[in-house]
Write a protein that binds this ligand. Structure first.
Ligand SMILES: [Zn+2]
Length: 83
């Protein structure tokens, strides 16, 4: 049984390819570890990443998303990126 309290936070993240902003809901464990996330704005989807929520537009191909994802992993900004 998982009775520990999860934290659900609304955040705004930019697409990792073109920086378009999306609203997402992020679920954190009580320790602040990323558990799950989902895009609540239309036209975007989550890019699976174990460390933080990343989002990309549905229109981008995997060839666009993959290098952007690698770039996002190497830059370690903790705050949401301002455009
Ligand atoms: Zn985009």
């Amino acid at each position: 049984m998982n009775t520990s309290e999860k934290k659900i936070v609304g955040e705004i993240h930019g697409c990792i390819v073109c920086a378009k902003l999306y609203n997402i809901l992020v679920v954190y464990t009580p320790e602040g570890k990323l558990l799950d996330c989902t895009v609540t704005s239309p036209g975007g989807h989550i890019v699976p990443d174990e460390r933080r929520p990343l989002v990309a537009c549905d229109i981008h191909s995997e060839e666009e998303i993959e290098p952007a994802h690698k770039r996002a992993q190497s830059t370690n900004t903790e705050e949401q990126e301002d455009d």
